[in-house]
Design a protein around this ligand. Structure first.
Ligand SMILES: *[C@@H]1O[C@H](CO)[C@@H](O)[C@H](O)[C@H]1NC(C)=O
Ligand SMILES: *[C@@H]1O[C@H](CO)[C@@H](O)[C@H](O)[C@H]1NC(C)=O
Ligand SMILES: *[C@@H]1O[C@H](CO)[C@@H](O)[C@H](O)[C@H]1NC(C)=O
Ligand SMILES: *[C@@H]1O[C@H](CO)[C@@H](O)[C@H](O)[C@H]1NC(C)=O
Ligand SMILES: *[C@@H]1O[C@H](CO)[C@@H](O)[C@H](O)[C@H]1NC(C)=O
Ligand SMILES: *[C@@H]1O[C@H](CO)[C@@H](O)[C@H](O)[C@H]1NC(C)=O
Ligand SMILES: *[C@@H]1O[C@H](CO)[C@@H](O)[C@H](O)[C@H]1NC(C)=O
Ligand SMILES: *[C@@H]1O[C@H](CO)[C@@H](O)[C@H](O)[C@H]1NC(C)=O
Length: 899
């Protein structure tokens, strides 16, 4: 849970709202027109990554857009589909912050609202009701009235882009985005003036279209608009006559975009609905790095060297921590915007002086702005700057006797030895305190204060870690108990109640009898009701690590699987309920649904929907009985991948399964495939996603990072899923000793790295046994068909076998970062995403595993990564648990503390 985020609304509550408001059925993408009333959210359109409307030609889409894959900002946006370029965003300053938050189309207009129903953006009010929302083939999103007249359109409100057939009137502007994942207005602007198109950085110009070599001036005149089309970029007069143009080779679609780096890019597309570019792959301007205002940070000097550029500092300056430069004598430049809080008005406490930049230094803005004063001398230029509190430095040009002021902010300089700059000298305003002792005191404080704060923080964090560790140790001594989750629970305890909150009176003494609100618990059953539904636990359908699973029937006649959790008497009731509330509100067609639960005294029961065909391991590994045909295996792979992708990306908080294996993939008639036992491991909030506390998994599916200090992430599940894919292909356990029953885990649980004679002999046999290695060798030899389950006798689709093996091997890459995400895995399996090639060098470790090295060892592994990452203490514990055959389909990952 969101341990690190003191948000006003706990993630859990958001999740509940999400669960309550929407059944997660996939919605389909509409073409061209949408009629009110209509709602979309990222979650509702998860399968299309938020896309809900497509233009007729397929070139543009409207989407609830999540740029950069972050998890907090979603925008109503128009994208060029093939190139995934966002060409317009509605609510750039006010993103919606949740996957469940809505984009709503009503007869009053279009709006976006946050998960709690607060509108964050909406179209203005109209005199006539809205009859439709249309996305036309040019990417214009428009609201139409009953007569098809446009009430409002996105083309009139450009953000950072302009597309073919859109025009930007004189006086209009484009504003760059803050970053690739934040669409908020950044610091760069493109303005169309009555004479030109210009780029500026916080008010100071750094580019003019008319100055650029790419442009051609056709005639004089007043510019009325800027437009881009198949033959180029144009500044047009009111009558349509061309004033300035940038001719370009023919293309069907062009997109002009002001990038987050301040460069203007014109992309070309041979056809609107493809990402293919014609011969010219577009134009980026300014083309030379040194022409950007922040090419080398504040006060840095940019030296052009062919197409590349290098950064240095002026003579009397040194590199500063913020990528720029600062005076090396310890004086400080004036902060930008220092006018407002100017406390040196009396002229007493700080003294202004100037540091020369030396020769051969030009400032980018001087080329584009007129001098502040002409015909003055250098000292009056300096006086002008001193008297102007927003002036941060000045440039004086001897030859033209011109004085330029750098006001409000100062960017990078350009190193030049050209004659035009020879006579220019630049000076930067600095302040040094009159009393050196007070200055050194300030420096001392500046150094000491952070040090002290950091020291105190370290001590406090250290104390907390030690105390909680001690507490765990003590508890562990008292009874078989593990790491506490108190922090999470306290947070939960403070969360406000909601309409659906249940009050849980906690009976466990360690919980101090505190009353706990757990919002949104699923149906709570009494133990009598459970007895009734299971007919006093008559039909046992499995027994896993948690305890037995019984078949039951709810009063409404629907079948359920009741899991009786045993040996978890120490599990606090609050902890239990907290986890239940989360799991109970995750709904996806490929995830097993939790119907209810029971906690009475020390009883802990979970009531799940019933999956009549049991877990995948049974039909897949059993020696007799009907075989799983290839098509079914393919469907299972895709379904399970989608379920996991939803856990990783679809929920408000990331959930890592941590125990992906055939036993946790359940099947039912009608081709239903569902992941079971998710959420019984810990959940991750976005902030925590790199860190993990207590986790466990099952041997054979454990990723290499369990053995190292590498964080456990969603890619750990991807590894387990890769192993499952190979078992689907092969129809047997990857490690053959697990096929024969009764193999004790004890001997396997020791990590065997010896390479003696006996190991060599056993290595030969286990090498052939270790299917992932066989699959790798098959892949390298290009022989896929022979990897498929022999029992299918060739009833396979060769291309699909190859695809599944390749995807599986990609999932097994040793470096978690090199594994595809589950969403990509699902896409590749479906064939909707380009298949990646496995990399042999990232799979070399399989040879080690194959040679008898047991891999991450048997039984339970506990990995503790102390938050902060620097101190990572791994405690790896192996237990001689019998791993052979968890007959239960409700399986073996354990909620309990290790015994
Ligand atoms: C792309 O557009 C052309 C016509 O503009 C159309 O014939 C073609 O089917 C479209 N392709 C796709 C993939 O939509
Ligand atoms: C709705 O949620 C947003 C943030 O998610 C918050 O800023 C706003 O105050 C909330 N509004 C209400 C009425 O709760
Ligand atoms: C889309 O709408 C814009 C604005 O009304 C218009 O300029 C453009 O021609 C339209 N595009 C198509 C293909 O109809
Ligand atoms: C509006 O446009 C749609 C689709 O282009 C068309 O079917 C409909 O008849 C038009 N309605 C009117 C009133 O023109
Ligand atoms: C560009 O336009 C914006 C808004 O239209 C305006 O605030 C800004 O001052 C303009 N910048 C320049 C350099 O003209
Ligand atoms: C693009 O616009 C210019 C100026 O209006 C015009 O001369 C030219 O023919 C247009 N090109 C295309 C392909 O429409
Ligand atoms: C510089 O860029 C141009 C055009 O992009 C290219 O043709 C040229 O080879 C580049 N020169 C160097 C030295 O990289
Ligand atoms: C500028 O300096 C570079 C090397 O520093 C030299 O190659 C170049 O010729 C000089 N240019 C002029 C105009 O002096």
């Amino acid at each position: 849970m969101g341990m690190g985020s003191p948000s006003p609304m706990p993630p859990l509550l958001l999740l509940l709202i999400l669960g309550a408001r929407q059944a997660t059925h996939a919605s389909t993408v509409t073409t061209e027109l949408i009629i009110p009333d209509f709602t979309a959210s990222y979650l509702l359109f998860l399968d299309t990554l938020g896309v809900f409307l497509r233009s007729r030609n397929g070139a543009f889409v409207a989407a609830v857009y999540n740029p950069g894959g972050q998890k907090d900002r979603y925008y109503l946006a128009v994208l060029h589909g093939p190139s995934k370029t966002c060409v317009w965003a509605a609510n750039r300053a006010a993103p919606i912050t949740d996957t469940a938050a809505l984009v709503r189309l009503t007869s009053a207009g279009l709006s976006t609202e946050d998960a709690n129903g607060t509108a964050v953006w909406s179209t203005p009010s109209f005199s006539s009701p809205v009859a439709a929302l249309r996305l036309n083939d040019s990417g214009n999103l428009a609201l139409l009235d009953g007569d098809n007249a446009t009430l409002w359109q996105s083309f009139d409100r450009p953000t950072d882009s302009l597309v073919s057939s859109q025009s930007l009137p004189a006086g209009g502007s484009l504003a760059s985005a803050l970053s690739d994942s934040d669409m908020k207005e950044g610091v760069y602007r493109l303005n169309v003036t009555t004479a030109d198109a210009v780029l500026s950085w916080i008010g100071s110009l750094y580019w003019r279209l008319s100055n650029d070599a790419i442009s051609v001036k056709d005639r004089d005149g007043t510019v009325a608009s800027m437009a881009v089309n198949g033959t180029g970029l144009y500044l047009l007069a009111a009558n349509g006559a061309i004033i300035i143009q940038v001719p370009m080779p023919p293309a069907e679609l062009r997109i002009v975009q002001l990038g987050v780096d301040g460069k203007l890019q014109i992309s070309s597309f041979a056809s609107a609905n493809s990402s293919a570019s014609p011969m010219d792959s577009g134009i980026v301007t300014p083309s030379r790095g040194c022409d950007l205002p922040l090419s080398c940070g504040a006060l840095g000097v940019c030296t052009a060297n062919g197409n590349a550029s290098a950064c240095t500092c002026p003579r009397l300056f040194a590199a500063s921590h913020d990528h720029g430069c600062a005076p090396s004598d310890g004086s400080t430049t004036l902060p930008s915007g220092s006018c407002k809080g100017d406390d040196g008005g009396a002229g007493g406490s700080t003294a202004i002086s100037y540091i020369s930049l030396g020769s051969g230094i030009a400032y980018y803005a001087n080329k584009f702005s007129p001098p502040a004063v002409s015909g003055s001398n250098s000292s009056s230029c300096q006086k002008l700057c001193t008297g102007n509190c927003s002036c941060l430095g000045y440039f004086y040009d001897d030859s033209s006797r011109s004085c330029y002021l750098a006001q409000h902010q100062i960017g990078s300089f350009i190193s030049t030895n050209s004659t035009s700059a020879a006579g220019t000298s630049g000076y930067i305003k600095v302040q040094s305190s009159q009393s050196p002792s007070s200055s050194s005191n300030k420096t001392l404080i500046a150094i000491l204060l952070p040090t002290v704060i950091v020291f105190v923080l370290i001590v406090v964090v250290g104390a907390v870690v030690i105390v909680s560790w001690r507490k765990n140790e003590r508890r562990a001594g008292r009874r078989p108990s593990g790491p506490s989750r108190d922090v999470q629970l306290r947070r939960q305890a403070r969360s406000p109640g909601s309409a659906s909150a249940h009050l849980v009176r906690d009976l466990d003494s360690e919980d101090d009898g505190e009353d706990v609100f757990i919002p949104g618990l699923p149906t709570r059953f009494t133990h009598n009701e459970i007895e009734e539904m299971t007919n006093s636990y008559r039909t046992k359908i499995g027994a896993g690590g948690f305890g037995a699973v019984y078949k039951g029937e709810l009063p409404d006649g629907s079948l359920v699987a009741v899991k009786r959790i045993e040996g978890v008497g120490t599990q606090g009731k609050r902890e239990f309920c907290t986890e239940i509330a989360v799991i109970g509100n995750i709904h996806h067609v490929n995830l097993v649904r939790l119907r209810g639960f029971c906690t009475e005294g020390h009883r802990r029961l979970l009531v799940y929907e019933y999956m009549n065909r049991g877990s995948l391991d049974r039909p897949l590994f059993r020696p007799t009985g009907p075989l799983l045909e290839w098509k079914e295996r393919m469907d299972i792979a895709v379904g399970a991948a989608r379920g996991l992708a939803y856990l990783h990306f679809g929920c408000n908080q990331r959930i890592i399964h941590c125990d992906v294996k055939p036993e946790n993939i359940l099947l039912a008639d009608g081709g239903q495939v569902k992941i079971a036992d998710f959420g019984l491991a810990k959940f991750l909030t976005p902030e925590q996603s790199g860190l993990f506390t207590t986790m466990r998994g099952t041997r054979g599916y454990l990723a290499p990072e369990w053995l190292t200090n590498t964080a456990i992430t969603d890619r750990t599940d991807v590894y387990g899923f890769g192993m499952v894919l190979l078992e689907l292909v092969h129809g047997r356990k990857n490690r053959s000793e697990h096929v024969s029953e009764g193999t004790g885990g004890a001997e396997d649980s020791t990590i065997n790295t010896s390479s003696g004679g006996t190991a060599a002999s056993s290595s030969r046999s286990s090498r052939n046994d270790y299917f992932p290695l066989v699959a790798l060798e098959g892949h390298e030899a290009g022989r896929y068909a022979e990897l498929a389950d022999a029992r299918l006798e060739g009833r396979v689709v060769a291309k699909e076998v190859e695809r599944m093996v390749k995807v599986a091997l990609c999932c097994l890459h040793e470096d978690p970062q090199m594994r595809p995400s589950m969403a990509v895995v699902a896409g590749m399996l479906e064939g909707t995403m380009e298949l990646r090639e496995p990399r042999a060098q990232a799979l070399g470790f399989l040879r080690l595993y194959g040679r008898g090295f047991a891999g991450p060892s048997d039984g339970n592994i506990i990995k503790q990564v102390i938050v902060g990452g620097a101190v990572a203490a791994d405690r790896i514990r192996s237990e001689a648990t019998t791993m052979s055959g968890w007959p239960s389909y409700m399986s073996s990952s354990e909620l309990s503390e290790p015994r």
